[in-house]
Ligand binder design. Structure first.
Ligand SMILES: O=C(O)CCC(=O)C(=O)O
Ligand SMILES: [Fe+2]
Length: 315
């Protein structure tokens, strides 16, 4: 497990272009099937979005992200959230010394990004606010397409509107510094997300690794047009265990700082398991559940246990 040769293996790769994004086209239907297969087998895939998400915006936001983390700790600590684990996090001691993150709760809305920007830069920083907003909207569009296609592949498209209305998002900006000689190189310990879906974008520094069902670790290859689509446990439960939520971790190997930006979706309210996910081969495995209550159940920590969602709402 975790041997370097496995890091040469690839995650599923799915290309998105104007044709695959035209609902009802044959490319839309085949892309939906590929998404279902990837989510069931790996719980993730690399979405290649050449021309769909602006390269210029990607570079600009990663540059601005450096300015953000260069702000004084007292300023960054002002970013708090009503949701556990959504605010500012750093200094986790020798267990996890390299990571520092800032979350923007409701980070797909202009208002939340503006409030966050003014908290960080009391004199304002329009460039950050507008870049972060237009970037998050592009990520959101991709996330929603993935959700729509995934539901459709199970014949469960009628739940899209309900899920879209129930969803709220966290935008998370992360910095991993390089380890000192006496420090561990683990940027983020293995965990399963408690989200519905996530999209992770990174600067050019490698380090994000995902575990397959066989226990092998596969590295995500950074590129400005590659986005990692990652299923969380809320999607596992809603899909009656069909969608897999993979363990993932970040290892900081080289001498460069790693930055990542993620958009994560969570659901408000109680979610019932749609009958489309239940059949003879897949008997009902989960009770109706509340994603936010699950977040609280896990204490805001990225739980290492792969069975927490089963303990929480499994049958
Ligand atoms: O920084 C990354 O690449 C992964 C971040 C992550 O897994 C998380 O925030 O849950
Ligand atoms: Fe994660």
């Amino acid at each position: 497990m975790g041997s370097d040769e496995n890091l040469g293996k690839e995650l599923p790769i799915i290309h998105f272009n104007n044709e695959s994004l035209t609902p009802g086209s044959s490319s839309w239907v085949s892309t939906s099937q590929m998404i279902r297969l990837a989510l069931e087998s790996y719980g993730c895939f690399v979405a290649v979005c050449e021309r769909l998400i602006s390269l210029e915006m990607h570079h600009k936001l990663f540059d601005l992200s450096k300015d953000l983390f260069n702000l004084p700790v007292e300023t960054k600590e002002k970013s708090t959230s009503e949701y556990l684990g959504f605010g500012y996090g750093a200094n986790f001691g020798p267990f996890m010394p390299l990571i520092e993150y800032l979350g923007i709760t409701y980070g797909s809305t202009h208002e939340a990004i503006k409030v966050f920007t003014n908290l960080m830069w009391p004199d304002g920083n329009d460039q950050f606010c507008e870049t972060a907003y237009s970037y998050t909207r592009q990520l959101l569009e991709l996330m929603n397409v993935v959700m729509r296609m995934a539901l459709e592949s199970y014949g469960a498209e009628k739940y899209y509107d309900l899920l879209d209305e129930s969803a709220f998002h966290m935008m998370r900006l992360i910095k991993y510094r390089t380890p000192n000689e006496d420090e561990i190189n683990v940027g983020l310990h293995p965990h399963v997300d408690k989200t519905f879906l996530g999209i992770v974008d990174t600067n050019h520094v490698k380090g994000l690794e995902l575990q397959t069902k066989d226990g092998d670790w596969i590295g995500f290859q950074p590129s400005p047009s590659n986005f990692l689509i990652l299923a969380g446990e809320a999607f596992t439960a809603l899909s009656n265990g069909r969608v897999y939520a993979p363990l993932h971790r970040v290892i900081i190997g080289g001498a460069e700082e790693k930055y990542s930006i993620g958009l994560f979706s969570f659901m408000h309210g109680t979610l019932e398991i749609p009958e489309e996910f239940v059949d003879e081969e897949h008997p009902l495995q989960f009770k109706p559940f509340n994603n936010v209550a699950y977040l609280n159940y896990c204490g805001g920590e990225n739980v290492i246990s792969e069975h927490a969602i089963k303990e929480f709402c499994g049958i």
